[in-house]
Design a protein around this ligand. Sequence first.
Ligand SMILES: O=C(O)CCC(=O)C(=O)O
Length: 157
Amino acid sequence: MTSASAIRDVASVVIGANAVLMEDKVTYKAALTEDAAWADLPILGEDVRKHSDAAYFAARGFGQVITMALCLDDCPAEAGALQVWPGSHERPARHQPTANQGPVVTDEDAPDEQAVTLEASAGTLLTWDAALVHASGPNRTDRPRRLLVLGYTASNA
Ligand SMILES: O=C(O)CCC(=O)C(=O)O
């Protein structure tokens, strides 16, 4: 079992300073098993469009943020594995507004053919700079795909 302190220790090594937790959440992709009226809502889709979290965190006053994501389930491509655009954290990524899914990074700044899909088994710890462009598709399996997502930043202490 991966303990919270072990994950924080890894984050400290990646950041190069004492890491403190500044965000925690579980993203849960699970196939719907019944028809529901609210399933027609445009924001219900499980796919996460191309984006970077850095601007959002910067607006909340954080500097560099490292995301550590623990796969709680097996995460093959068809279950909506994380997709990343290597090196994209080192250059500005333009976001464009969308009607229902908030700002997304343009295809020009993150071409589909440059995406790398991070298929992983349960227990895998993924980590990326919050400025990295990332996305994930819908879960097309009949099993849940849960990801514990933790954000760490350098302690001011
Ligand atoms: O759960 C996922 O597939 C993506 C999570 C994500 O994009 C995020 O936490 O910023």
